[in-house]
Design a protein around this ligand. Structure first.
Ligand SMILES: Nc1ncnc2c1ncn2[C@@H]1O[C@H](COP(=O)(O)OP(=O)(O)OP(=O)(O)O)[C@@H](O)[C@H]1O
Ligand code: SF4
Ligand SMILES: [Mg+2]
Length: 383
């Protein structure tokens, strides 16, 4: 599985048999901006977001509440009301431009090319219809088959996602399932038309750890079987470490760090990513590791901070000359690890700060172990 983290446009390659140009990824988001006009002002939910994802690969999108994870992902399915949303940039999915696409064309794409497991399964499933009926309807939208065949497919999918006695449960209503089982029903619904892209928006929030692990295993298994690409949205870098090839860190509607998962987790270069890592128990595995919450509150997207949006909460502004952090938005630039890892920060020596100041705080054993090796790069990958 490989993905290419890049902010460069996909270009205009020759079309291939799968509807993708040569070298064109399954999903290419370029300079996506999403704004919501409200009575209080313009909500700047997503700004200048770019990423790409290949078939069969997984991208983890992380960031705290309100950072634009769901809004940017819903845009991929064209789910924002065009009359109430200002959107610009490009989203190419399976070779087709989604931004500006008509609702009738979007209906043909949703569920088939891309499907979404929504953050809240209870609100995504209709309470008055049985899960079997809802699954069958989702299948009938894209397949000219009888209701009987669609129902059979619904039972097959419930069985596939591990609902015991699927044949008997198919006529149950959503409220008759437990939270974990409802999440499985959502996955069955999302996968019923074998989509090439699956967007899983916090698919394990509010589930206990055992069920959470089962759902993540299930997603990985289904990805192997269907070769789907997955975007997994989560607050939890532990989930990302488990699942993702690439990671996109969002803050205040923007990408602040992006690249291969291994590099982001072992050589993070943006202080907000450090904050996320410091607050994840799985990453700082040493017994004497400290969990350090990020201070302050998420910014208002009605009136985002000037300069670097993280500056009111950042502990490293004194290492940047003058008032650059407060006045100038850092561009996305190559991280010192090279390759396709990029970060948005004015710090000149983030790698040194991470290994000398941050890592010793959150994972002292690991920091000590690394200081005994020939260099941070060598040991950094051993986490
Ligand atoms: N339809 C809308 N109208 C106005 N503002 C909106 C709308 N949808 C989302 N927002 C705002 O856009 C911002 C980003 O929301 P989004 O749902 O993408 O956050 P998120 O990163 O998914 O957060 P969470 O982790 O809590 O799900 C938030 O400030 C949210 O209040
Ligand atoms: S640009 Fe400045 S405020 Fe923003 S993360 Fe870097 S050091 Fe912190
Ligand atoms: Mg969300």
């Amino acid at each position: 599985m490989t993905t290419t983290a890049s902010t460069t446009p996909a270009g205009t390659p020759e079309p291939s048999a799968e509807g993708l140009g040569a070298g064109e990824p399954l999903l290419a988001v370029e300079d996506l901006t999403v704004r919501f006009p409200t009575y209080d002002g313009l909500v700047q939910a997503v700004t200048g977001l770019s990423y790409r994802l290949e078939q069969g690969s997984t991208l983890g999108i992380v960031g705290e509440s309100g950072s634009g994870k769901s809004v940017s992902s819903m845009a991929v399915l064209g789910l924002h009301d065009a009359k109430r949303t200002q959107m610009s940039g490009s989203i190419r999915l399976a070779g087709k431009e989604i931004v500006g696409m008509s609702e009738s064309r979007l209906m043909r794409i949703r569920g088939k090319e891309a499907a979404m497991i929504f953050q809240d399964p209870l609100s995504a499933l209709h309470p008055f219809f049985t899960v079997g009926k809802q699954l069958a309807e989702a299948y009938l939208v894209h397949n000219h088959v009888s209701r009987k065949v669609a129902r059979k497919r619904a039972v097959e999918m419930l069985d596939r996602v591990g609902i015991p006695q699927a044949k008997n449960r198919v006529d149950d209503y959503p409220h008759q399932f437990s939270g974990g089982m409802r999440q499985r029903v959502m996955i069955a619904m999302a996968l019923i038309n074998d989509p090439r892209l699956l967007i899983a928006d916090e698919p394990t929030t509010a589930l206990d750890v055992t069920v959470q692990a089962q759902i993540l295993d299930l997603l990985q298994e289904l990805q192997r079987d269907f070769n789907s690409a997955i975007v997994i949205i989560t607050h939890d870098l532990g989930v990302v470490a488990e699942m993702a090839d690439d990671v996109l860190v969002m803050y205040a509607g923007r990408c602040v760090e992006y690249g291969p998962c291994k590099e982001i987790l072992t050589h993070p270069e943006m202080p907000y990513t450090w904050g996320l890592l410091s607050s994840v128990p799985d990453i700082s595995a040493a017994a004497d590791a400290r969990l350090i919450p990020i201070r302050g509150n998420p910014p208002s997207l009605l009136n985002p901070p000037t300069g670097c949006p993280f500056h009111p909460r950042c502990d490293h502004t004194d290492k940047v000359p003058g008032d650059l952090c407060a006045t100038q938005l850092p561009e996305l630039s190559a991280a010192s690890t090279g390759g396709v890892h990029i970060k948005r920060c004015h710090l000149a020596n983030p790698e040194e700060i991470y290994f000398t100041e941050i890592l010793p705080e959150i994972a002292p054993d690991l920091a000590e172990e690394l200081s005994g090796t020939t260099g941070a790069e060598e040991g950094g990958t051993s986490r």
